[in-house]
Design a protein around this ligand. Structure first.
Ligand SMILES: NC(=O)c1ccc[n+]([C@@H]2O[C@H](COP(=O)([O-])OP(=O)(O)OC[C@H]3O[C@@H](n4cnc5c(N)ncnc54)[C@H](O)[C@@H]3O)[C@@H](O)[C@H]2O)c1
Length: 306
């Protein structure tokens, strides 16, 4: 019996964003088909410690992820993903920060591919922290970017991210900004990746046709999107139980009457629907579920376990 332990660079070298997107897409389809046993995650100390687990029935394999979260620390997320399966005794332990950014980017890639107009190539990213690079990489994988605007309340963070991404985004015009409202005005795709507790921009700041991804709010007290956007958009979510437990902007919109639960479509269902909801404004709201970690861990187990 062997326990393989994987550091961030080993995960990065082993799994491309394209592979992660394809794996996470398959995971969402399996989730909608009832292939996962996946309890809503346990949040302790008001979200400072998270424990997540998922079991995939067809392969009799499972993961447990534990995280500590601290936005005053770099990186904000730290922990492990542990992979086990009934068919072999070998186990795998992977750095959770790397798995998390990959699988969160990948979910946004899947949703953007489904929901954004086919020719969309102008992205505004709000929040230039730990999640941000893989948000951009994922969107670029499914919609090659002509223009990228990086917004952060800390301009140095926006500049640093722009410099990090520039070598990977040859052919993309990159600029930085500090005002989210102005920066989304001509966006075709928006990614929100902040721990904000109030909406990042008013709905009127957005164009009539735009796809918005929001990964930030994972506690009922957090919000990145305004009610008016959620009321006027097609809203796709990662998983209903997780969203109803944690997604601040969705809970706010349900309480205000801007949304009803019937307005929410799970990504796995949308992926298997005959026609994708593509017109006007679309929103993908994700709090992140353990199935996504399982999909990346499975890629790693296939590559690294004997
Ligand atoms: N949905 C998921 O699956 C998932 C996965 C991981 C993290 N997250 C969440 O995504 C968010 C970002 O995570 P991170 O690790 O990148 O955090 P981080 O602390 O590394 O970065 C957040 C960035 O947002 C900026 N920011 C904060 N408020 C802002 C505002 N109002 N306007 C503009 N910029 C602002 C900060 O300056 C910082 O650069 C967190 O809330 C985190 O919990 C979600």
């Amino acid at each position: 019996m062997q326990t393989v332990t994987l550091a961030p660079h080993e995960i990065r070298e082993a799994v491309s964003m394209r592979e992660a997107i394809d794996a996470v897409r398959g995971g969402f389809v399996d989730l909608a088909a009832g292939q996962f046993e996946m309890p809503t995650r346990t949040a302790m100390r008001d979200g400072h410690f998270l424990v997540m687990n998922a079991h995939h029935r067809a392969t009799a394999s499972a993961i447990v992820k534990t995280l500590s979260v601290n936005f005053d620390r770099v990186p904000a997320i730290s922990g492990t993903v542990v992979w086990t399966e009934t068919g072999r005794a070998d186990t795998l332990v992977a750095d959770a920060a790397t798995v998390t950014t990959l699988r969160t980017g990948a979910a946004v890639g899947v949703a953007t591919d489904l929901l954004a107009p086919a020719d969309a190539g102008r992205l505004t990213l709000i929040g230039a922290g730990g999640q941000a690079p893989d948000q951009v990489r994922a969107v670029h994988t499914v919609r090659p970017l002509r223009e990228l605007t990086v917004v952060d309340s800390d301009p140095r963070r926006a500049e640093a991210l722009a410099a990090t991404l520039a070598p990977e985004l040859t052919g993309t015009r990159i600029r930085t900004a500090t005002d989210p409202g102005a920066a989304v005005a001509d966006a075709e795709i928006v990614c929100c990746a902040t721990p904000a507790t109030s909406p990042l921009f008013p709905a009127r700041a957005l164009p009539a046709e735009v796809h918005v991804n929001a990964i930030g709010a994972f506690r009922p007290t957090m919000r990145e999107l305004p009610d008016e956007l959620l009321a006027s958009a097609t809203v796709v979510i990662d998983e209903r139980a997780a969203i109803l437990a944690e997604a601040g902007e969705i809970l706010h919109a349900l309480e205000s009457g801007a949304l009803t639960e019937d307005d929410l479509t799970e990504l796995g269902t949308a992926l298997t629907a005959p026609e994708a909801p593509r017109a006007g404004r679309t929103v993908f709201k994700t709090v992140g579920v353990a199935m996504q970690d399982w999909t990346v861990a499975r890629l790693l187990a296939d590559k690294f376990l004997p």
